[in-house]
Design a protein around this ligand. Structure first.
Ligand code: HXC
Ligand code: NAP
Length: 282
């Protein structure tokens, strides 16, 4: 389905690109011919990932940066331009999250997550957007979650911040289209990663099993499925898609939303009984 040269010569920044889903998307972009900058706070982590990505033949830079700090972000973007001469694609993937009853959150706990997810996305978007506007445009792809629009208890800082990122995505899709910039989002459902699972599904609570069972397709996502979707959306093949948020969750959020979806649990015999009663009444 994918041309091996789909992303040839594209210059792509992946925030949070050293681990988890960021690493998986960066790997797929590298396989499809892109040059990459991967960035996160831990230099040793991104150095190791960069080494692996170079096996695919493209150029890879590992530049440490805390997305909360706009000066560090500006420096990272400036080093990207020094290295590759342009930025075609920005993938805002870096995030922070934890589960907690909201009444236990300190102001700093809330601020920390909003700073990484919402302000971090703004800092990177502002810095990379400036470069894109001065060249031929580009693509900004933001990773949100399905609770960006439903909200979710116990992850209120993350839900609030991701909702902000979703609003930013749709706002800039209109405002920056005139510069040739497409702005998009992906809303993943559950995709096992060490970063997310260690914080959101601590062992012993059965959270992972419940997550899996809640998905109508009865499984979690495979990283390659998300990486392929991201590759398509950032490629020129998707040139007319702008402002869209694409859900990739096996139907999970709709399962929770549909009023009568709980009827899935009704045994066949109960359906038969209901039918018999209806016919008898008639
Ligand atoms: C309540 C907590 C907390 C917890 C930290 N805090 N963990 N409060 N419950 N579990 C509070 C601290 O007490 C402190 O407030 C404030 O948050 C900042 O904490 P620090 O540890 O100083 O922050 P920092 O070192 O910057 O680390 C940020 C972090 C950490 C978010 C807390 O977990 C991190 O680095 N995460 C990055 C990776 C990550 O989270 N990946 C998962 C993404 S998964 P006080 O008041 O004490 O100073 C994801 C999936 C979404 O987003 C959807 C899944 C289906
Ligand atoms: P992850 O491996 O923990 O990824 C988060 C990344 O963000 C890490 O590489 C981390 O690296 C980086 N990061 C955190 N704070 C940062 C900061 N201040 N500055 C720069 N980088 C920072 O978790 P993941 O599951 O792959 O999550 C990736 C994205 O997918 C996130 O946006 C998450 O919300 C989203 N998502 C995940 C799932 C899922 O099921 N996994 C579902 C929905 C959405 P450092 O610690 O080195 O900085």
């Amino acid at each position: 389905m994918f041309d091996k040269e789909l992303l040839n010569d594209k210059s792509i920044i992946v925030t949070g690109g050293g681990t988890g889903l960021g690493k998986s998307m960066a790997t797929r972009f590298a396989e499809l011919g892109a040059n990459l900058v991967i960035t996160s706070r831990r230099q040793e982590v991104i150095d190791k990932t960069a080494e692996e990505l170079r096996d695919h033949g493209g150029k890879v830079l590992a530049i440490a940066c805390d997305v909360r700090d706009s000066e560090q972000v500006n420096e990272m973007v400036s080093q990207t331009v020094d290295g590759f001469g342009k930025i075609d694609i920005l993938l805002n993937n870096a995030a922070g999250n934890f589960i907690s009853p909201t009444e236990d959150l300190s102001p700093n706990a809330f601020k920390t997550i909003v700073d990484i997810v919402l302000n971090g996305t703004f800092n990177c978007t502002q810095a990379a957007g400036k470069v894109m506007r001065e060249k031929d445009g580009g693509v900004i792809l933001n990773i949100v979650t399905t609770y960006a629009w439903t909200g979710s208890g116990y992850v209120v800082p993350s839900a609030s911040a991701k909702a902000g990122v979703l609003a930013m995505t749709r706002s800039l899709a209109v405002e920056w289209a005139k510069y040739g910039i497409r702005t998009l989002a992906i809303a993943p459902g559950p995709f096992p990663t060490k970063g997310a699972w260690s914080r959101l599904a601590p062992p012993g609570l059965g959270i992972e099993k419940k997550m899996r069972n809640r998905v109508p397709l009865k499984r979690v996502g495979e990283h390659i499925e998300l990486a392929n979707l991201a590759s398509y959306l950032v490629s020129d093949q998707a040139a007319y898609i702008n402002g869209e948020v694409v859900t990739i969750d096996g139907g999970e959020w709709l399962q929770g939303a549909g009023e009568m979806n709980e009827l899935e649990k009704l045994p066949k015999a109960a359906w038969k009984l209901l039918q018999m009663k209806r016919k008898k009444k008639k």
